[in-house]
Design a protein around this ligand. Structure first.
Ligand code: PTJ
Length: 253
């Protein structure tokens, strides 16, 4: 990886790019993943590259939902494995939940590279490698799921993807928690809980709330959560952020 000075004003963002490019070069991230990352970066600018208040609420609700689930599964694609491999393993350990590789751009080679990466980060078991079954309502390679994983899960954590699968999993009666920087994406729209944030910030926060709530989920009091309302709050936040910038730069139109 290129060395980047911590003094560079875009240090954090450049480090994330380096991780994506490094993993593109080693084959876990697909070329479409570079485009997806660029789209994510643009939305991250709009939310101010920070975890915004409505998202903190969504993360808390997601933490409790995962803790109360009988059979939660984390679905992993190339970009997520590149950005947060250690956090995926930590989350799986603390929740005792399964990790399943589920790719849009399926190939045995990529599945092997991604599983090696996760095993190297400490994963004990990874699903999605063999004996997959088909969910016919999903019209992409993501329809191939593990019968012991996503197929029978009650809650699926879906960080960063395209949205057709989310809608189908919800129709199958599962709770779907999405992490996506784009509040307007199909994934965000159809999820049970949408965390509008960068996976690099959302995963550590989710982990810390899960640790905090682990032994007292009954005592946690949260306001009622409606995903569409929370997305509206995120859009309102982005709007306010842009208006402030508009005033600050004193634009004249
Ligand atoms: O590894 P594969 O084969 O499963 O393919 C993965 C990609 C990401 C290529 C595939 O799922 C895809 O094409 O996704 P989309 O449709 O481009 O959607 C990706 C979404 O993730 C977009 O809404 C982006 O804004 C968002 N996004 C990108 N980077 C991040 C992100 N959200 C959170 N954190 C990020 N770092």
């Amino acid at each position: 990886m290129n060395s980047i000075s911590p003094k560079h004003p875009r240090f954090k963002s450049l480090i994330i790019r380096e991780k994506i490019i490094h993993n593109f070069n080693n084959g876990s991230v697909v070329n479409h993943g570079l485009i997806a990352h660029g789209r994510g970066e643009a939305f991250d600018y709009l939310i101010g590259e920070t975890t915004i208040p409505p998202t903190i609420n969504a993360i808390k609700v997601a933490a409790i939902t995962l803790l109360n689930s009988q059979n939660p599964v984390i679905s992993v694609n190339g970009n997520v494995a590149a950005l947060v491999p250690n956090e995926i393993v930590k989350l799986s350990n603390i929740l005792n939940c399964k990790i399943e590789i589920n790719l849009f751009h399926q190939s045995k080679t990529r599945v092997k590279i991604i599983s090696d990466l996760l095993y190297k980060s400490g994963a004990k078991e990874i699903l999605g490698l063999k004996s997959l079954i088909n969910i016919p309502e999903i019209f992409s390679n993501r329809s191939q799921v593990d019968p012991e994983g996503i197929f029978k899960a009650d809650t699926v954590l879906v960080p960063l993807e395209d949205g057709d699968r989310v809608q189908t999993l919800v129709k199958m009666g599962k709770k779907v928690i999405v992490i996506d920087l784009n509040p307007l994406s199909r994934s965000s729209k159809y999820a049970t809980i949408s965390i509008i944030d960068n996976v690099v910030r959302a995963f550590p926060l989710l982990l810390s709330y899960i640790k905090q709530f682990k032994n007292n989920t009954n005592k946690i009091e949260l306001n009622e959560f409606h995903n569409s309302h929370n997305i509206k709050l995120c859009l309102k936040y982005i709007n306010k952020n842009l208006s402030q910038k508009f005033t600050k730069y004193n634009f004249k139109i």
